[in-house]
Write a protein that binds this ligand. Structure first.
Ligand code: TXA
Ligand code: MG
Length: 341
């Protein structure tokens, strides 16, 4: 299969741009498209065969549910049995935006393989003109995971999608680099208090300002505690082993020196201000004062690590405030919890 990339101008409100994508989706195919968080790989969420193609292209485990993307807030009522008051408040405050709400699902509407093993459905309205124009032109919900091969960092640019899925999907809509850089926050609204299953672009602090206390799923907790099924898999990982390291220039310099003594070529991913001169590569991903900026550039840096021949990657930690919680969550996954001490 040949993979075509079409550049879609964010400023052009032109249905024509989307005709090809709509045709492919309506005939049961998949299309990659930008959202404000990361690129998604979409199929019509009521079409089981089309959704199956997402799992095949990604190599995704079939027990991991997909998020349903909608173009208008009121579509939720077509898929959720009830919309709690707090969910209404969150939808008003955050949609369109990087927040996925989990509801009890009305049976037999969304295809079964979108929500394997659960009676709930995760829904979000993305805040990206291309995603919204596509959804509105299509007039159907899109099931869409991140458009990477399973286990790889999510794509934040169209060419990342091409790197992973070239020849496996027919079309990529290129809307430029994404704005948030990490996936949406996933929050379970079927329990009280609501539980954040995956930290993301909408921070706990922002959510609590709107609806008060929310719990956060403990990923180290036993099997039966609530969490997003997808969070159990190794994720976001470059090929070389990755270790988290403290945000301290001397410690990083020392670590690089030790590793080089063992003839290990070392890449460091960290803030602009900690650029150590002895590292074989230093990927500066933004100001240490702005976790938002570092989040935008993290996945690109992880992907760049696959293009060099580093033996080991050190990634500098941030605090857990705001988007820092999501940033560190992804580093924990990419490192499988390994720290360099
Ligand atoms: O920002 C995003 O959320 C991106 C863009 C494309 O929208 N999508 C994304 O999808 O990150 P994906 O499939 O890579 O991650 C979805 C996460 C998984 O951890 C999955 O287990 C969880 O959401 N999830 C989806 N539906 C769920 C449900 N009904 N119950 C619990 N967890 C759910
Ligand atoms: Mg993903």
């Amino acid at each position: 299969m040949k993979t075509t990339i079409i550049t879609v101008d964010r400023n052009l409100d032109n249905i024509k741009n989307y005709e090809q994508a709509v045709d492919i989706l309506k005939s049961g195919g998949v299309v990659a498209f930008p959202t404000e968080t990361v690129y998604g790989l979409g199929a019509i969420a009521t079409d089981e065969k089309a959704v199956d193609k997402i799992f095949k292209a990604k190599g995704r485990p079939s027990d991991n549910p997909l998020i349903v993307h909608i173009g208008n807030k009121d579509e939720v009522a077509q898929y959720a049995t009830e919309i709690p008051e707090k969910a209404h408040k969150l939808m008003d405050a955050f949609w369109p935006g990087p927040l996925t709400l989990i509801f009890n699902a009305i049976p037999n509407i969304i295809a079964e393989n979108v929500t394997p093993g659960v009676k709930t459905v995760g829904i979000r309205m993305p805040d990206h003109p291309v995603a919204l124009d596509l959804l509105r032109a299509l007039k159907a919900p899109l099931a869409a995971p991140s458009a990477n091969r399973s286990g790889k960092p999510s794509p934040t640019e169209a060419f990342h999608v091409k790197e992973d899925l070239d020849g496996l999907i027919p079309l990529i809509l290129d809307g430029g680099p994404t704005g948030v850089g990490l996936e949406s926050t996933v929050i379970d609204m079927t329990v009280q208090p609501p539980v954040i299953l995956r930290p993301g672009g909408a921070t706990r602090e922002m959510i609590e300002e709107v609806i008060g206390f929310v719990a956060v799923a403990d990923e180290k907790a036993p099997e039966n505690t609530p969490r997003a099924p997808g969070m159990k898999y190794r994720h976001y990982a470059p090929e070389a082993p990755l270790y988290i390291i403290e945000s301290d220039k001397e410690k990083i310099e020392h670590a690089v020196k030790m590793l080089q003594k063992e003839h290990k070529k070392t890449a460091v991913i960290g803030p602009d201000s900690l650029r150590v001169s002895n590292a074989d590569w230093y990927f500066a991903i933004g100001s240490s004062d702005s976790t938002e900026e570092m989040a935008v550039n993290l996945y690109k840096a992880l992907r760049q690590c696959d293009l060099i021949d580093a033996d080991i990657i050190l990634a500098v930690e941030t605090d857990l405030v705001g988007v820092g919680a999501a940033f560190m969550n992804r580093l924990e996954k990419a490192s499988e919890g390994k720290r360099f001490i």
